[in-house]
Design a protein around this ligand. Structure first.
Ligand code: BV8
Ligand code: ZN
Length: 247
């Protein structure tokens, strides 16, 4: 895949770079995305599985889904796309990586600062008293984990639909979207707000916004460039080209 010179020039000359990633960057690690044909939401709607109402209506089904995803994440490894972003972080004094993913593969690939906009799949807590929960969540014959303190339902530490994002992480992600020279939006369909609004903040102030995705998305028209390809292939190539351009 050919990366246009303008993209290399903008990145080689940038001071401040911001990145947003979505499920697509973990696809090459064997983790299903949400909206691709065999995606996680092929059978159930996101609202049923990733919302408080869905959880309270059927905690068993929601835990089945999250335990399945926890299993997949435990056996997954970061891919070259994650490693390339960890490399990119070292190349800029002002760099920020915000992710919508809950798999923590960015951290496992060596990214030091990761803004987790939608929580994570590693921690759990009580839906009622909010006590952290360190016990087993995959229980036999369809039992759901209950809080030893108050008996409330234990839930994964992810942000569900209708729930606010962690204020600090979102504020920091918005702040760098307002000052960056280049914004990379990688592996996201750009369908879920406010995360999807971050690259748009950069685009509105004429930062150079590059979308990396094998497909075009509903927000592609707002961006300066679109590289059609898998992030695990494009990102290592991008890092290599920036280093060459800086010599
Ligand atoms: C909130 C965590 C305030 C859990 C997730 C009407 C209009 C606008 C907004 C709303 C509305 N009604 C409600 C809302 C707000 C709602 C929203 O945006 N809804 C959408 C559906 C319209 N947002 C919220 O509720 C947020 N909170 O707004 O709070 C508030 C408070 C009270 C009341 C109202 C509002 C909270 C949203 C967080 C939900 N949690 N995940 C979990 O993971 O289980 S969402 C989940 O889907 C992800 O986290 C991600 O954010 C989102 C989108 O998924 P993507 O990551 O983009 O993945 P997707 O499959 O869609 O796309 C993958 C892409 O990768 C594809 O483009 C594909 O081509 C590409 N790809 C594939 N392979 C590769 C690749 N790319 C590169 N390389 C590859 N190899
Ligand atoms: Zn409790």
């Amino acid at each position: 895949m050919e990366i246009p010179d303008i993209i290399i020039d903008k990145l080689a000359g940038a001071e401040s770079v911001a990145v947003l990633t979505g499920a697509g960057i973990s696809a090459e690690s064997g983790i299903k995305t949400f909206r691709d044909q065999d995606g996680l939401w092929a059978k159930f709607s996101p609202e049923e599985l990733a919302s408080m109402d869905g959880f309270l209506a059927n905690p068993k089904r929601v835990w089945e889904w999250y335990n399945l995803r926890m299993e997949v994440v435990k056996n997954a490894e970061p891919n070259p796309g994650h490693f390339a972003l960890a490399e990119l972080e070292k190349m800029y004094s002002d760099f920020s990586l915000a992710t919508q993913n809950i798999d923590r593969l960015h951290q496992r690939a060596g990214s030091k600062k990761v803004l987790e906009l939608h929580g994570n799949l590693v921690e759990n807590f009580c839906n009622k008293c909010h006590a952290p929960f360190h016990g087993e969540t995959a229980l036999p014959n369809g039992q759901v984990p209950l809080c030893p303190e108050c008996g409330g339902n234990i839930r994964p530490a992810v942000v569900w639909f209708g729930e606010n994002l962690p204020a600090e992480a979102l504020l920091e992600a918005e702040t760098i979207a307002r000052r960056c020279d280049v914004y990379l939006t990688i592996g996201t369909s750009g369908a879920v707000y406010p995360a999807a609004g971050l690259p748009l903040i950069a685009a509105r102030r004429k930062a150079f916004v590059v979308e990396i995705n094998p497909k075009e998305t509903e927000v592609t028209p707002y961006f300066s460039a679109h590289i059609s390809g898998a992030s695990g292939v494009v990102l290592p190539e991008l890092v290599k080209k920036i280093k060459q351009a800086r010599k």
